[in-house]
Design a binder for this molecule. Structure first.
Ligand code: ZN
Length: 310
């Protein structure tokens, strides 16, 4: 049976407390900004304390990540390490590239290092793609099949690159490792500031030799190019770059204690270098050679250089 309600429904006004006044827009924004920021890995960049340097880093994050992706195999090939172990050396490579960037020398001597660090020289990506697809390996004009990749071949194992390595080893009287050359890690016998210049000159000369090889590669049925001649011109280019640096008369870098006696570029007097090169023909420079006397490197300097480093 249906029940009927005898009470009429009525509206009872409730007592609602007044709402607090809305904060001012500036206060609202301040509260909001306090909790905004960016998180990149383990680093946090709050919006309130963001500096121009941090904002630049944030803007460059995609580029830096792509750069690290290219640097990782470079460090791995240089040190003979796997990708995981190479990660530990990446910060050191960044420090090295920044130090070399500050070197007062024309950028044309630095571009070879920048390019091989990202495997970015002409022809390298194409041959790397061919290797990845399993196509026929590209061959160097020296006659060697570059199964290990263009970078390792042209900047380490090619006959032309080996000529430059032989010149370095002959001066140091010890073999130079790939890590010392590619990652600019100075051997015991050389000051780091000098080794920066030497590595840039050596890598640039190897790139000069690579281009010379391709420029002189024989046509079909033609006579082969002379590897010995290309190698000699490449080594001469290396020494010419070092002599050109000495001719500028500037320190390799600002700061640091520079030894008087070190292979390749010992100090003649404060602020002035002497060039220690091979006993061979040296291309003429714009400045007279007699202004920069050649001092033969002697073994008597070696203990002194070690003491300087210690
Ligand atoms: Zn070759």
């Amino acid at each position: 049976m249906a029940m009927r309600c005898c009470l009429a429904m009525e509206v009872v006004p409730l007592v609602v407390p007044p709402a607090p006044p809305a904060p001012a827009a500036s206060v609202g924004w301040a509260l909001l900004v306090r909790h905004l920021g960016w998180r990149v890995g383990a680093a946090v960049y709050p919006l309130r304390s963001l500096t121009v340097k941090q904002a630049t880093i944030l803007q460059l994050q995609p580029t830096l990540q792509a750069l690290h992706a290219h640097h990782r195999p470079f460090v791995g090939e240089a040190a003979g390490l796997g990708p995981a172990a190479a990660d530990a050396l990446l910060p050191g490579l960044g420090t090295t590239l920044r130090r070399v960037w500050r070197l007062r020398w024309e950028n044309e001597h630095k571009s070879a290092l920048w390019h091989i660090a990202v495997n970015g020289l002409p022809g390298f990506p194409m041959h790397a793609a061919q290797l990845a697809r399993g196509d026929a390996d590209a061959a160097c004009p020296c006659g060697t099949v570059m199964g290990e990749g263009d970078r390792v071949h042209h900047f380490w194992s090619c006959a032309v690159a080996e000529a430059v390595l032989d010149a370095l080893s002959a001066m140091l009287l010890v073999p130079v490792s790939r890590m010392q050359l590619w990652l600019v890690c100075c051997p015991l016998e050389v000051h780091q500031l000098v080794w920066d210049v030497v590595c840039l000159a050596a890598l640039s000369a190897m790139e000069f030799g690579r281009r010379l090889l391709y420029r002189r590669r024989p046509s079909v049925g033609g006579p082969p190019c002379s590897i010995i001649r290309v190698s000699a011109e490449t080594v001469a280019d290396f020494w010419a770059r070092l002599r050109g640096f000495a001719a500028m008369g500037s320190r390799p870098a600002v700061g640091g204690r520079y030894p008087w006696c070190t292979p390749f570029l010992p100090l003649l007097r404060p602020g002035r270098f002497a060039f220690v090169g091979p006993q061979m023909w040296i291309p003429p420079l714009r400045r007279p050679l007699e202004a920069l006397p050649t001092i033969p490197w002697s073994s008597q300097c070696r203990p002194w250089a070690r003491a300087e480093r210690g």
